[in-house]
Each structure stands twice: as C-alpha cells, then as structure tokens.
Design a protein around this ligand. Sequence first.
Ligand SMILES: *Cc1c(COP(=O)(O)O)cnc(C)c1O
Length: 229
Amino acid sequence: MTERLVQQISANIEAVYDNVKAKVSYALKDSPDRSLPRLIAVSKRQSEDRIEAALQAGQRVFGENRVQEAAERWTHRQASYDDLTLILIGSLQTNKAGDAVALFDEIHSLDRIKLARSLKKAMDNQNRYLPVMIQVNTGEEPQKGGCLPADLPALVAECQTLGLSVKGLMCIPPIDDDPSLHFHLLHRLAQQNGVEKLSMGMSSDYAIAAAMGADDIRVGTAVFGCRDT
Ligand SMILES: *Cc1c(COP(=O)(O)O)cnc(C)c1O
C-alpha cells in the first residue's frame, strides 16, 4: 500500500463529510443538537490495499454484504484493531445467523420474522447481543431484500417480543426513483413504528439522505473507488 493511496482515500472521506456538512448545516438550525451522520465505509469487493489505506486514514466503521467475504477480510483485523465496528448490510440466510452474530457488531438487514428468531437464538447461544436495523423494501421491488412497509409493524412487534433491540430502519431506493421519496417514507415509517435511527444514502445520494435526517450513510465507491466486478 502506498502513501498516495492513503492520501486519496483520506481525501475521499473528507469530501464525503464536506458534502454532508454543506447539506446538513441548514437542517441543524432546526435541531442544533443533531449530530452528523455516521459514515459506514462499504468495503465489499474492495482490494486489500484500499482497506488498509482506509484504516490508516482512520476509518473504523465498515459495511459488508456477505458473511463469508466479510469473515475473510475482517476476522484477522478484528484481532489487531479493538475499535472496529463491522456492520452487515446485505441479505442474510437463517442458517448463517450464528456466523453473522459472531463476526458483526451490528446487523442492518433484518427483514423477516424467521430471521429475527434465528438471530435471537444465535445471540442467546453466544451471549452476544447486537443492535439490529430493519431493512425496508420501500420500492416494493420483488428482487430486493427488505420487509414490505405493510409487514413492518408485525416484524417490529415480533422483535419486541423476542427482546431484540431494533435501533432503526434501513432502505435502498430503486435505482430509477427519486431517492428523496424513499427517504421520506422511511422517516415516516420509523416514526409510526417507534424506532429512532435511519440508515439511508449511498455514494450517489448520501448528501440528500443526510439533509433528510440520516443517522448512518453507507458509502462504498465514493470512499474506495469502483469495486471489482
Ligand atoms: C454496496 C452497498 C452500498 C454502497 O454502495 P455505493 O454506491 O458503492 O456507495 C450501500 N448500501 C448497501 C446495502 C450496499 O449493498
């Protein structure tokens, strides 16, 4: 890894925060105690030297969408950094719930009751209780993960019954839609269902999401550059 790559990724991270601050500053006038969103650097399918550069640049919160890939990339690094926060942002099969609970610090892609039960069982087995966010399929796209808005109240209620700590909601807007419609819907669903946090916004729309009240933004290519395909 070169010094140049560290500088590049530092500059990318700084640019993300600058864009966020530019959008959030006016929103902060309404609620001055609101803090800037947390940047989840999405490291899926990025090269090892870019990951190392991001760590050297001081980034400590990372998002991954596959359990196996994340384990290969992060297990050894968790041993050397005690301040990493690793977040699952991709769909999870119930039979991988145990692996996910062991590896990750937060799970942001809970989307069905069966998975909630598997996660709770895995947390009980490992005595390791992670915060979760529920992914909502705000565009109701058949190919996409996330619970339908209509199914959200039942899922939230089941999590409460199980004793899972639901921190908030996450969404990935349809590629061709105005993302602000989906961010607005997510905000409303959070209020209606009594959950607090919002994870919304990716490389193309994180500044809009920040202006609309995102607590977490999930940024991959704007931090690291294009992914391997
Ligand atoms: C890949 C991914 C991202 C990051 O996407 P970019 O466009 O590279 O910023 C964010 N959220 C989820 C759920 C993802 O799978």
